[in-house]
Design a protein around this ligand. Structure first.
Ligand code: 5GP
Ligand code: MN
Length: 331
């Protein structure tokens, strides 16, 4: 199931993509396991084919520490200060030019561009587009592409499995498909060990992240007869816990894990006077609608946005909008 913007098949992508010598591969700002995993999986495959590849970060210094085990992660460079001009630009797990952050300047200098993604969006930035929102991870699409190019190896399998494990929540989220489990079996046969990956991703939390979770729980509100859990973190909370933004990634999942909760929201104050919002649903509720109403996006059950305003304004507006959009309450 591909989006209307899609103008190539994966088979065509596998034919067209190897025609170049040099590539930049970019993901989205606030990168996660699927984003970095998809980038590195494709980089390993193209390098195996003898290509020159640079992997770009949409925002500098943004790799979460628990992704540090991925082979090739140390070679990621900040897109905003990268003066490499590749023949071909590939965006993976990133739907819009805005989400390319500072790496857009590399895209602007490149003749040919591809996007391989699983986020539905209204617009695109690439010449060759393949977007399949029914795919649980971008890395699963990247892996299919790698197979079609005949460029699999253990490193690319490890990176692709990492994307699949993180975006499916260890094969527990609603987006888990029987195909994703078959692909996971193939990846395991190629040398990707799901238990080793899970240990790195889920059992390597920094103490600061748990301290932050304590503060987040102290701020928590439960409404709508226990179905809506929301909380917030101030800049001061991050400082007092000695935490970085990535330490707050698992916390919206903690809210969603509460019995009876159907929708979880967390609002995090940014340094720039804006607020990051993260939304999760446990049932069929489409939280992406709330994120889109603030210019963000994502998937039905996991979406995010940047609120342009103070934390006080966000606290006054966003939970009310969730009550309106997800629980049918009057605005
Ligand atoms: P998270 O809450 O983990 O930041 O994001 C959840 C999902 O929503 C991810 O798939 C992420 O790519 C997407 N997402 C988060 N923030 C934004 C945003 O500002 N714009 C768009 N288009 N997608 C977002
Ligand atoms: Mn993804």
């Amino acid at each position: 199931m591909v989006t209307p913007q899609t103008n190539i098949t994966l088979e065509e992508a596998a034919r067209l993509l190897p025609a170049f010598h040099s590539y930049a591969i970019c993901g989205h700002v606030n990168p996660d396991g699927d984003c970095i995993g998809s980038q590195l999986a494709l980089a390993h495959a193209l390098r195996l084919m003898g290509k020159e590849v640079v992997c770009l970060l949409a925002a500098p210094d943004s790799v979460p520490h628990n992704l540090g085990f991925l082979p090739g992660v140390q070679d990621l460079v900040a897109g905003e200060s990268c003066d490499f001009v590749p023949e071909c630009f590939v965006g993976v797990d990133v739907p819009t030019a805005e989400r390319l952050g500072g790496a857009k300047q590399v895209l602007d200098k490149t003749q040919v561009s591809f996007t391989i993604d699983h986020h539905a969006s209204e617009s695109t930035y690439a010449k060759h587009v393949y977007v399949d929102p029914s795919s649980p991870s971008a890395s699963m699409l990247v892996w299919k592409l790698i197979e079609l190019m005949g460029a699999q190896n253990a490193d690319s399998a490890l990176c692709a499995m990492t994307g699949l494990i993180t975006d499916t929540g260890r094969f527990a989220n609603q987006n888990t498909t029987s195909e994703s489990l078959r692909v996971a079996a193939d990846l395991m046969d190629q040398g990707a060990n799901p238990s080793a990956i899970s240990r790195e991703i889920f059992q390597s939390r920094r103490l600061a992240s748990l301290k932050l979770e304590g503060v987040m729980l102290a701020h928590m509100n439960i409404e709508e007869d226990g179905a809506f859990a929301w909380s917030y973190l101030t800049n001061e909370d991050f400082v007092s816990c000695d935490a970085v933004k990535a330490d707050s990634e698992p916390l919206v999942g903690t809210l969603r894990s509460i019995e009876g909760v159907r929708v979880a929201l967390i609002l995090k104050e940014n340094d720039e006077g804006t607020v990051r919002g993260s939304l999760r649903a446990k049932d069929d509720t489409n939280v992406a609608l709330v994120a889109e109403s603030y210019g963000g996006g994502g998937h039905k059950a996991a979406a995010g946005f940047t609120f342009e305003g103070s934390l006080d304004d966000a606290l006054a507006q966003v939970p009310a909008r969730v009550r309106e959009f997800c629980f049918g309450k009057e605005a």
